[in-house]
Design a protein around this ligand. Structure first.
Ligand SMILES: NC(=O)c1ccc[n+]([C@@H]2O[C@H](COP(=O)([O-])OP(=O)(O)OC[C@H]3O[C@@H](n4cnc5c(N)ncnc54)[C@H](O)[C@@H]3O)[C@@H](O)[C@H]2O)c1
Length: 343
């Protein structure tokens, strides 16, 4: 494709604003043509922050345009599958934020319309594009730790989101652990066969909303390798994002990133800065790289690596974790591709 790819952004809240800006500033070969948000003021703000595309309230107005070849869906999760269906029917290539939906049936239906329309589809697991985690995955695949035996993923937020968000989030496993479940799947090329999760609520408002704010998920791979994921909604020292892969020949680890690399040693001890504040800072490069990858795939007609099936798989694992926690039992996963025991 010689001319610039015309992109439409649907949903201009936190992540839509970021993607619109990244597309216009950091992704060559594309142009943000229009932005849709039912709060049209948000669409206008994102359009002016990303070089002045059109701002509309209705996504259908954007889907009807011939100068838009691909859409980036960043509206709230409950709107994704309907918009995917409409976009696919309009022949637009699709990037959709995670999770595709909370409901496995709706995800399958939406992915079928994508397949029928023959459009490309990428899901927003941005952490796969983080330079540290990407390099970790390559080195695990190249055998630097030998056969993986243990993975440890710590993923803790600096503070919980507003309680109104928690109530519609789908729960901690769907909203937060889902990134880590996808990372566990990404790092080890082995089917995950069992999920065992435990959770508790230390924040009474979160407990009152029927959710947990603290959780451990244990994943068992077909090879016998094990992964632990630990999540917290509140780490007083900041956004804690660490991964370790331990295997028969050694161990690889990715530590937290700090705003600068300067450590301070004095008579009281050794001091390091708090980690980078939250996901917008810590994963800044990954959000740019995932948009670059999406636009490149569409321009070259190449299937994106982070496919709809990968998006479906992560939701299946999140369901399994939620059920395991609620029933205090391990949940078997039938196969990597289809595990309805978990559904
Ligand atoms: N990959 C990540 O790291 C990451 C981070 C944050 C959010 N997300 C995901 O992105 C999505 C949006 O999250 P957010 O935090 O930006 O939410 P947000 O509430 O800040 O923004 C959502 C926007 O979508 C608009 N909207 C809702 N329904 C619409 C519709 N039918 N048509 C047009 N606009 C509509 C809303 O008016 C709002 O401005 C969610 O699915 C969330 O899970 C992913």
């Amino acid at each position: 494709m010689e001319r610039k790819l015309g992109v439409g952004v649907i949903g201009a809240g936190r992540i839509g604003m970021l993607h619109a800006q990244n597309l216009s500033r950091h992704v060559p070969g594309c142009r943000v043509v229009a932005i849709a948000d039912r709060r049209v003021a948000c669409a206008r703000a994102a359009a002016s922050a990303s070089g002045g595309g059109d701002a509309v309230a209705d996504p259908n107005a954007l889907l009807a345009r011939d100068d838009i070849h691909a859409v980036v869906i960043c509206s709230s999760t409950d709107t994704h599958t309907e918009i995917i269906r409409q976009a696919a029917n309009a022949g637009k290539h699709i990037f959709c934020e995670k999770p595709i939906d909370h409901d496995l049936g709706r995800i399958r239906d939406a992915l079928e319309s994508v397949q029928r329309a023959g459009v490309l589809f990428q899901v927003g697991f941005n952490r796969r594009f983080d330079p540290d985690f990407k390099s970790l995955a390559v080195r695990v695949r190249e055998g630097d730790v030998g056969e993986p035996h243990l993975l440890r993923i710590s993923s803790r937020d600096p503070e919980p989101p507003p309680i109104d968000y928690i109530k519609v989030s789908g729960g901690l496993f769907m909203d937060m652990s889902i990134h880590d479940l996808d990372m566990a799947h990404f790092l080890v090329a082995e089917p995950i066969v069992e999920v065992f999760a435990a959770g508790s609520a230390h924040d009474p408002a979160i407990g009152g909303a029927g959710d947990v704010d603290t959780a451990v998920v244990v994943l068992r791979y077909a090879s016998g390798a094990l992964c632990t994921i630990d999540n917290s909604r509140r780490a007083v020292y900041g956004y804690d994002q660490r991964i370790e892969v331990f295997g028969s020949r050694g161990c690889l680890s990715v530590p937290n990133r700090t705003p600068t690399g300067v450590d301070h040693w004095d008579e009281r001890g050794q001091h390091r800065e708090r980690p980078q504040h939250f996901f917008m800072q810590r994963y800044r490069e990954s959000y740019v790289a995932e948009m670059q990858a999406f636009v490149e795939c569409v321009r070259l007609g190449r299937e994106p690596a982070v496919s709809g099936q990968e998006g479906l798989h992560a939701v299946q694992l999140a369901h399994a974790a939620r059920d395991s926690c609620a029933q205090n039992r391990p949940v078997r996963i039938a196969t990597a591709a289809a595990h309805d025991d978990a559904a």
